[in-house]
Design a protein around this ligand. Sequence first.
Ligand code: SF4
Length: 384
Amino acid sequence: MTDERQTTYRIGPIRPPSEANSLLLQITEGCTWNRCKFCSLYRHESFKAFSVESIKKDIDVMAEYARIAQDNLMQDSPRNKRDALKILNNMTRTEQECYYFIYRWLAHGGENVFLQDGNSLAVKTERILEVLKYLREKLPSIKRITTYGRAETLSKISVEQYRQLKEAGLDRIHSGFESGSDRVLELINKGVTSEQEITAGRNIKAAGIELSIYFMPGIGGKSYSRENALETAKVVNAVNPDFLRIRSAVIHKDSGLWEDLMNSSFQLCSENDKLMEIRLLIENINNCKTFMVSDHIINLLQKVQGRLDLDREKMLSMTDEYFNMPEHRQKMFQYARRSGMATEPKDLELLSQDWINRITEMIQSITDEAQWDKIMNDMMINYI
Ligand code: SF4
């Protein structure tokens, strides 16, 4: 890898957890909006859309590494392995990173690709169509291509354009709706309305593209906790997305909402408030085949997930089991969960008496509920 050809490609840092084994192709960098009050992901970079030519060059490098990995490493011959090692030894560190990324991707089936970054569909549809076609042509093992999009951007794309994207190979769109309440959306400066969320969702679904939306219990603070759940349920009912992913709100110290918290214009939701929002949401969604997914450690009861039409009672009874525990035990579980000692309430049985005593002592020493909620929030910051 010493000639003048391009030998590395861009790899951005952000992708949904469900795309952990996907190949990441960066077609844009950053986010076009960058103003949500809870998000500091791309705060220090401005949005950039890469040219089709430069994306194609990245794809060419990926295809070349895929060829080497398949030819040399996927086969069981010691000679082929020796050849592969020779190639690897001549690579720079960045080239090796790019190569191993492809290798791992192929080892996981080489089927899924995620187009980065925060709002890739802001790019003109024709350009994305060209990238999709080239990508599928150069890496024929691909079975699924997904990307992120802001609901406001997504609402401006027509059904016909989505159909073209689907035909060219875009299978799923992830979108952080966060809330279906206009007041909450305004509070967090999301720059989108519930109406735009519904338009975006319906257009995507009408074109046959899968839709995965994200909901943030607790993002409206205590004042809008109930509304956050009830209004989001209305949006879900109107759209019937394929996936509804739960991301309980965590307020970061470098976010605008943290400033609001410090000047008391925003009040943190408790762990119980957030779980109650999830319960309310489940209760108020009707006739949706949506799969509710709890694929993040920040959710208190991660096992509360399932098809909203089929598993509703099971999910509700899991939350009720928690709410039926004495308050002291609920807090004990919250602390154990946030310390990584428990994933579900029954794990409390596994804790040593020494730990139980220590947690009990701590719970008794904190009598201010707002202080407790802040401690839980601060512990969760470590997870993101
Ligand atoms: S649209 Fe997404 S990436 Fe952009 S600022 Fe908001 S949350 Fe962050």
